[in-house]
Design a binder for this molecule. Structure first.
Ligand SMILES: CCCCCCCC/C=C\CCCCCCCCCCC/C=C/C(=O)SCCNC(=O)CCNC(=O)[C@H](O)C(C)(C)COP(=O)(O)OP(=O)(O)OC[C@H]1O[C@@H](n2cnc3c(N)ncnc32)[C@H](O)[C@@H]1OP(=O)(O)O
Ligand SMILES: Cc1cc2nc3c(=O)[nH]c(=O)nc-3n(C[C@H](O)[C@H](O)[C@H](O)COP(=O)(O)OP(=O)(O)OC[C@H]3O[C@@H](n4cnc5c(N)ncnc54)[C@H](O)[C@@H]3O)c2cc1C
Length: 670
């Protein structure tokens, strides 16, 4: 749809006049500098001017098939644009993924069927191939001569990778692997793009050679003919069916009937099968084939931040425009943003988007540094990265989903309209809580690391920086509550340490009473998930505070003030959410809690005049927001009426069903 131009809604215009800081300064902080902001905007200009974002009919009014076909059309032209005009017109050679990721949302209200190609297929080639394999597949994949996906999950198993049933059996006579789907539950299920779009696929299968199973390994498999796109003989493939979101992502199923691929199609950077079938196991770490999952978990923290920033932009702008009820008899109806309960619903969303974005950037740098260690042969930092990326993916996607839903509640009935875009944003983020490792499962992975760290610290060994609070706790350091940033972070670390200690005790007590380790662990898993979540909270709080301090060092005073107000709001919010834990594991008193409550409520008032400016500082263009409620001009009612009038249901005054059914019913002739 072409966005109509309206004058700015007067309420929104007034809100912008109240702003106390330079919006551009905050935009630059989040982009990583002025240069990066201007580069991103150039990319956005090119894509928006290309006409690619235009749909004749709103996406939500298309059939599933039309939506898929429309998404393929746009993905192909977008790919062409990325390879040609974007580079030529902007002169930017090194396309920063965040900028491409952001503007992709102007094209796709739902998901591109090519997402997995960029998000998992290409990263797996880069992370899992030998240099020879890289030379064969990477240029083709980057040039989109082949389009791929990542098929790991099966109908019967997603979480438990070791339980996957698809087999890849080496045949030394022909130097081939035979891929086979032995049961119904062994069918690959869910892979994005697999249903109709891709012609290649990374397949995760149990490797058998010389009669021995060596566990899951990765294989490059061509599944469709490059010319006709027909499934190759021995391949059964299709779309899995309508789902809550991801409507145009053509998630698919895949089965193999003794399908043969060359030996060289096993991705052999870490483990190899030699021509005679001899297996050479990975030299350094047993879980290096899980690396793409770690990469995606890291990027999903960024997804949580980005999608939350979209939702909260929509809800704050809407709340500045919407007037409802009365505060005092006979007074004009206030903007709903003036209600403290509305501010309580929304300002935490702004602060959380900041916290997650800065944590995502920090995690990305940690990921890059671990990769560089691994290139030098050092895998020592991988367990901490796995523990961090697991809990941050779990907690950030889960919090973001809850807060996005809260943004929808904050928009009342209109938030329920698909044209608000809030239902789409929610269904996308809700899926991120499950895929790439379910919430509970990932927190249990982190818990495993925390229990080990506890044991190491107990044995007097040094532990990694993110868990150094465990050593302090074991030395008997008692937490004394202070309502400063550092004080609150220390108290949250004390909560995490206290919970880990209880888990360790619980496991040991259960073992003393005769249970084996597995059962003792299993019976403690509710507490272990809780402890991992507490650890994660302390990591986010600390990272957010440190990063704001670092990044605003040379900022203007007004930017420092408003950024720090959000940090304090975030710390106060979580203190009030976790009073039970803090009363148990820190010295916080009832008086301290009263103080924090008052401080929180005062902060809502302080932030109120800057609320619209703060969401403007996410710099999200209307074409990216796709929202009748959240456009920059705030012309909510005009847009709602516009989209109602454009609804294909209103193209004819009387629907044919009247003549077919209602009229006969009215006349007693049905
Ligand atoms: C081109 C035009 C248009 C495009 C337009 C788009 C533009 C986009 C632009 C850019 C793209 C940017 C990307 C955006 C976002 C990407 C979205 C991608 C969408 C993704 C869709 C979904 C995909 C999937 O879901 S794939 C399937 C994922 N599956 C899982 O995650 C399964 C979860 N399960 C597990 O991970 C494991 O089974 C397990 C960890 C739970 C258990 O594993 P197991 O082998 O049993 O191990 P265990 O015994 O428990 O532990 C043994 C030791 O191993 C350690 N360990 C486990 N995992 C790891 C690891 N990953 N790394 C390191 N170490 C690990 C574990 O801690 C144990 O260690 P210990 O020392 O022995 O304790
Ligand atoms: C939109 C979407 C896109 C996807 N895209 C892809 C893709 O491109 N490629 C791909 O390979 N996969 C993909 N997936 C699959 C996804 O990775 C899995 O669904 C996910 O890992 C969860 O696994 P599962 O479905 O087997 O859930 P299950 O493991 O069956 O989980 C069900 C419940 O059981 C609990 N549970 C399971 N095991 C344990 C345990 N050990 N302890 C305690 N609780 C447990 C879980 O916490 C959960 O509550 C996608 C999924 C979705 C929803």
């Amino acid at each position: 749809m072409v966005l109509k131009k309206y004058n700015i809604n007067p309420d929104l215009a007034l809100e912008r006049q109240k702003c106390t800081f330079d919006i551009e300064e905050i935009i630059n902080i989040f982009d990583g500098g002025k240069e990066k902001t201007s580069q991103r905007r150039k990319i956005e200009d090119v894509v928006l001017k290309s006409g690619l974002c235009h749909d004749d009919v709103p996406e939500e009014c298309m059939s599933l098939k039309e939506r898929y076909e429309n998404a393929v059309r746009k993905s192909c032209f977008f790919s062409k644009l990325m390879k040609t005009e974007l580079q030529e017109i902007t002169g930017i050679e090194d396309f920063e993924t965040p900028a491409i990721r952001r503007i992709a949302d102007a094209l796709f209200k739902d998901i591109s069927p090519f997402l997995l190609h960029l998000g998992m297929f290409v990263p797996t080639i880069i992370g899992q191939c030998t240099s020879e394999q890289l030379m064969i597949w990477l240029p083709k994949a980057l040039d989109l001569q082949i389009i791929g996906g990542y098929a790991q999950t099966e109908l019967g198993h997603g979480t438990f990778i070791r339980g996957l049933e698809t087999t890849a059996t080496y045949d030394a006579d022909t130097e081939e692997f035979v891929l086979h789907t032995p049961t119904l539950t062994a069918h690959k299920w869910w892979a994005g793009g697999l249903g109709k779009t891709i012609n290649h696929c990374i397949v995760v299968a149990q490797l058998y050679t010389k009669g021995v199973c060596y566990g899951t390994h990765l294989f490059m498999v061509q599944i469709r003919d490059l010319d006709t796109h027909m499934p190759l003989p021995g391949i059964k493939v299709g779309e899995i069916g309508p789902r809550m979101g991801f409507s145009s992502a053509d998630n698919g199923f895949l089965g193999f009937n003794n399908f043969r691929i060359p030996r060289n199609n096993m991705l052999m950077k870490h483990a190899q099968v030699q021509k005679d079938g001899t297996y050479v196991k990975p030299a350094r770490h047993g879980k290096l084939t899980y690396q793409t999952m770690v990469f995606v978990r890291v990027t999903l923290v960024n997804e949580a931040a980005f999608n939350l920033s979209k939702a909260v932009t929509i809800a704050v702008r809407y709340s500045a425009v919407r007037r409802q009820s009365e505060m005092r008899p006979n007074e004009p109806e206030p903007q709903i943003l003036d209600y403290p309960t509305q501010q309580h619903k929304l300002f935490i969303g702004i602060a959380t988007a900041h916290a997650f974005q800065l944590t995502a950037n920090w995690l990305w740098n940690t990921f890059k540094s671990v990769l560089s260690d691994m290139k030098k042969g050092d895998v020592g930092t991988l367990p901490e990265l796995h523990a961090l990326s697991s809990c941050l993916k779990a907690v950030c996607t889960s919090d973001a989903a809850l807060l996005i839903e809260q943004c929808r509640y904050a928009c009342g009935g209109h938030g329920y309209m698909l044209s608000s875009n809030l239902p789409y944003i929610y269904s996308f983020v809700a899926a991120t809580r499950t895929y790439e490792g379910d919430y509970t499962i990932l927190l249990l992975q982190t818990a495993r690391f925390l229990v080990k760290a506890w044991e190491q610290a107990e044995a007097g060994k040094t532990v990694t920086p993110t868990v150094s609070y465990i050593s302090r706790s074991l030395k008997g350091e008692k937490n004394s509550w202070r309502s400063t940033d550092e004080g609150i972070i220390k108290s949250f670390q004390a909560v995490a340490a206290g919970k880990i200690a209880l888990c360790v005790k619980s496991i040991r007590d259960r073992m003393k009473s005769g249970l084996d380790y597995e059962d003792a662990w299993l019976l403690t898993t509710v507490q272990l998930v809780d402890a991992a979540e507490a650890h994660c909270r302390s990591v986010i709080l600390e990272t957010y505070c440190n990063e704001v301090r670092r990044l605003t060092k040379s900022s203007s005073d007004n930017v420092k003030i408003v950024m720090h107000q959000l940090v304090t709001l975030y710390l106060s919010y979580w203190t009030l959410q976790r009073t039970g834990d803090l009363l148990r594991y820190s010295s916080i008193s009832e008086k301290d809690i009263d103080f924090m409550q008052r401080q929180y409520e005062e902060l809502l008032q302080h932030i109120r005049p800057n609320a619209v400016a703060l969401v403007d500082a996410f710099d999200l263009r209307d074409e990216i927001l796709h929202s009748s409620l959240g456009a920059y001009d705030g012309r909510v009612y005009e847009r709602l009426m516009e989209q109602a009038e454009n609804n294909p249901m209103n193209a004819e005054p009387v629907n044919q069903s009247f003549h077919k059914y209602i009229k006969p019913l009215l006349q007693g002739k049905l």
